[in-house]
Design a protein around this ligand. Structure first.
Ligand code: BGC
Length: 385
């Protein structure tokens, strides 16, 4: 990953953008033998992946989701339930609000109940090893949903929006937004990253830094707090209050007087709004700030120019794709993957199907969203459609 990241920095932001969908970097953990191939157990043939030999119509499908740390998870619950029913399955959809131990119990219970396939959006991708091993033992295919499952060979496939690309889009938007402000560079910025137990936090941050690091190095950007690593910028459990507390501390230690805070890299909308609250209570002007998820409140803020950008990772499109794949898997048919290199989970490279995230700013907030989505409805209200 280091080598790839360096190569991307050398190639520059636009090339990184072009490459991010297909580059051979590792987005997951480290530790799998170099050059290890996706496990043959799932039956990968070119870009066609076969997961098991099928199961009956009407079978139970387990969907285990993490805490409701952003609106996308809440939307996913209803969409999975409705769409799996419409496809003739018997859905068991549950959240793990209590964290990793609750999710462990939940998955064990789903296996007990006889689910024929598991979809897992992990609280902590490294904490489900024995439950996933039990699923594998029982011949239950496992799809990692949105977040990679780490350090296990008992995951057949990963489905997600391209996480590294999300980060590249965020870094690019931050730079672009700063370029539109009245102030000339150098710009003072701060960085926020996601929860360390979510495997996505790393590619989000590395994608963004592939764009921002060269600009920090050449003096265009200055991280005034000096907090520049994923660890230093992390937000435990993706909690708004944790991001807000950290930003409060940074502001009072580094931004007294007329030191301006010009921009903030935020990995998602919930944390962007938390950071904006902090900046406001410090009496500072509104900075350029990024986000992700197209949450209703943030769609409105993007329209108003308060939050510079968000990202459209439409949950409906995503869940529809997963349910389509479950239908094929039930019939013993192969499904298509489009990335067999990037997601090394520490034990194997997990074949992935990645969807394409789209940046949303004031320029496209009124036209980007499908009208029948939560974001589309929020946009319709503010855009006066
Ligand atoms: C998802 C993001 C979300 C975050 C917090 C990540 O795994 O990919 O869309 O903002 O979790 O819920």
């Amino acid at each position: 990953m280091k080598r790839i990241a360096t190569a991307m920095i050398v190639l520059g932001a636009s090339a990184a953008l072009a490459l991010s969908g297909c580059a051979g970097g590792e987005r997951g953990g480290t530790g799998a033998p170099a050059g290890s191939q996706p496990a043959a157990s799932g039956g990968l043939n070119g870009n066609q992946l076969t997961l098991g030999s099928g199961f009956a119509a009407g079978s139970k499908i387990g969907v285990s989701l993490p805490q409701k740390t952003s609106e996308n998870w809440v939307l996913a619950e209803g969409l999975f339930t409705d769409q799996l029913k419409a496809a003739g399955f018997d859905p068991v959809v549950q959240f793990a609000n209590g964290g990793a131990p609750e999710q462990q119990n939940q998955i064990s219970a789903m296996i007990e109940q006889g689910v024929k396939l598991l979809v897992v959006g992990a609280v902590d991708g490294s904490q489900l090893g024995s439950q996933l091993a039990a699923a594998k033992q029982a011949g239950i295919p496992v799809i990692a949903y949105d977040r990679l499952l780490m350090n296990t060979d008992a995951v057949d496939m990963y489905m997600a929006y391209d996480n590294f690309k999300v980060g590249v889009l965020q870094g690019t938007a931050l730079l672009e937004g700063l370029g539109k402000t009245a102030k000339k560079s150098p710009w003072n910025i701060e960085l926020i990253s996601g929860s360390p137990n979510d495997a996505n936090s790393k590619p989000f941050f590395e994608g963004a830094m592939s764009v921002l690091q060269p600009k920090i190095d050449d003096g265009t950007l200055k991280v005034v707090s000096g907090q520049v690593t994923q660890q230093q910028t992390a937000t435990a459990d993706w909690k708004a209050e944790n991001a807000q507390k950290r930003m409060d501390a940074i502001l009072s230690a580094n931004y007294q007087g007329d030191t301006s805070l010009d921009g903030i890299l935020s990995p998602n909308d919930t944390l962007a709004r938390a950071a904006l609250t902090s900046v406001k209570s410090a009496g500072k002007p509104n900075p350029v700030i990024t986000g992700q998820d197209s949450e209703v409140e943030s769609v409105k803020l993007v329209f108003q120019g308060v939050q510079y950008s968000t990202i459209d990772k439409d949950t409906k499109t995503f869940v529809t794709k997963v349910v389509e794949y479950i239908g094929k898997i039930a019939q013993g048919q192969p499904v298509e993957v489009n990335d067999v290199k990037s997601y090394n989970n520490g034990v194997k490279v997990v074949p992935a199907y990645l969807l394409t995230p789209v940046i949303v700013t004031k320029d496209n907030v009124c036209t980007q969203y499908a009208p029948d989505t939560a974001a589309g409805k929020a946009a319709a209200t503010v855009c006066g459609k």
